[in-house]
Design a protein around this ligand. Structure first.
Ligand code: TRP
Length: 450
């Protein structure tokens, strides 16, 4: 088993891959719109605070356990457990994690497929192919199915290459493209009329709204989703890090990249909405709230691009291209969770494992597509609102209470012999023991009864 295991070749490779996993639709789509409707800059501050004080410690728990075990979540949690009962519980947690990761991928692939379809619609617009354009941009089974399958094939193709040739190589190619297209879009949109209005909304804090308990909890949920926590994604990426690497440092770099991209996307999406308003597109709901979520991405923005002529077509292409890349570097990290488990626990070949599991997940996506209104929202809520926080809680309990502290310290010392004298070691163990579990339970309680 150990001999066949992959490993990231460099620190940069790991950071690109882990940041690629973290940066996804959650950052470019979720964060900016939530900030817009929840007090602008104040939400931003709350989000920043929570990401560093709570999501970062939870990320570290997964990375350290993963690197120590050099194995998938099931074996890793078993390995650090002192007795049979806890070993069983650890294995269950890992298995639930890989099921949840697969379910997240099953809905993520559908949404990502839409992004590709909208990206291609730039060409049908240019060529004046009205029918094809309508098929690409309107909700319909054949379009949804085709692009979901295309996206799954891309994900499967990358993951079948393994850690270095697949995940690392493609993250290193795609992440710079993502960054460049995002920066170009931000610069361009900021030059348009109306953009400054949106910038003001984004940057002027409205503390009254940002400090409501409900909002704080939803910001934390967003931070957990954004850092891909809870399902073992970061644990498995951590298991591919070299022993010499200083984990607290690489973990904080990944957090920093993830947050910066979310913040940067805010500079794109909010100004773009007010440019749309300036061009006569409706951006408020009848209740006076800013339009958000899917309506924003698939209605407001395309309408905005349509008012901008040729430039709009180019911008539309770049925007949806950016979304597709962000989705792809995230989806590969979801598929790697069940794939690593099957390879390591059952000795299956990587190629076979990837195609079989990818095929099964695509099948689940088809079932969701066939019962879209009943299942889509349900799967999203079940995985992201309920399962992720609970699984994140379990990882913190294993890192904070169950794993022997000396072993944990030993693991951290591998990459930093003086880690005991660092601020990280003074604060983190206590955080992951007490603060993280308590707050995660609070989110969970809120999502159950809130
Ligand atoms: N973090 C990604 C985003 O922001 C999504 C993601 C990737 C994810 N891997 C995950 C979410 C694992 C939950 C669990 O879009």
């Amino acid at each position: 088993m150990a001999a066949a295991r992959g490993e990231f070749s460099s620190r940069l490779g790991f950071i690109m891959a882990a940041a690629g996993s973290a940066v996804g639709l959650g950052n470019i789509w979720g964060f900016p719109t939530q900030a817009a409707s929840n007090g602008g800059a104040a939400f931003l501050l709350v989000y920043l605070f929570l990401a560093f004080t709570l999501a970062y410690p939870a990320l570290m728990a997964e990375l350290i356990i993963g690197r120590h075990a050099h194995a998938n979540a099931v074996s890793a949690l078993r390995l650090i457990s002192p007795n049979r009962l806890l070993r069983g519980l650890g294995a269950c947690t890992g298995i639930v994690g890989f099921i949840v990761a697969s379910l997240i991928l099953s809905f993520y692939a559908i949404v990502a497929g839409w992004m590709i379809a909208f990206c291609l619609s730039a060409f049908s617009t240019l060529l004046g192919l009205g029918n094809i354009n309508a098929w690409l941009t309107e909700f319909g089974f054949s379009r949804n199915l085709s692009f979901m399958l295309l996206f799954m094939c891309l994900t499967i193709g990358i993951i079948s290459g393994g850690v270095r040739e697949g995940i690392e190589r493609w993250s290193e190619r795609l992440m710079p493209m993502l960054l460049v297209s995002l920066v170009l879009l931000v610069i361009y949109v900021l030059t348009l009329d109306g953009a400054m209005e949106g910038l003001k909304i984004y940057l002027l804090p409205d503390f009254e709204r940002a400090l409501s308990p409900k909002l704080i909890i939803s910001a934390l949920g967003a931070a957990f989703f954004s850092l891909s926590l809870g399902v073992g994604t970061m644990l498995i990426y951590g298991s591919y890090i070299k022993d010499e690497e200083n984990l607290p440092v690489v973990g904080s770099l990944v957090t920093l990249v993830d947050i910066s991209i979310a913040v940067l996307a805010g500079f794109l999406v909010l100004p773009a909405m007010y440019v749309a308003l300036h061009n006569g597109v409706e951006i408020f709901t009848p209740a006076g709230q800013l339009i958000s979520e899917d309506t924003l991405i698939f209605t407001v923005l395309p309408e905005l691009f349509a008012t901008m002529g040729l430039a709009g077509t180019v911008v539309s292409f770049v925007f949806f291209f950016l979304m597709s890349i962000a989705a792809l570097t995230s989806s590969i990290s979801m598929l790697e969770v069940p794939v690593a488990y099957v390879i390591e626990e059952h000795g299956v070949q990587r190629k076979a494992a990837v195609w079989v599991i990818g095929g099964l997940i695509a099948l689940v996506s088809v079932v969701i597509l066939l019962n879209f209104s009943a299942l889509f929202g349900l799967v999203v809520a079940f995985t992201t609102r309920y399962s992720q926080p609970l699984l994140g809680f379990m990882f913190c309990i294993y890192a904070g209470w169950i794993w022997h502290r000396d072993q944990l310290l030993g693991e951290l010392r591998k990459g930093n012999p003086d880690v005991e004298d660092t601020l990280f070691w003074k604060i983190w163990p206590w955080y992951v023991r007490v603060i993280c579990p308590v707050i995660i339970l609070a989110i969970f309680a809120q999502s159950l009864w809130g």
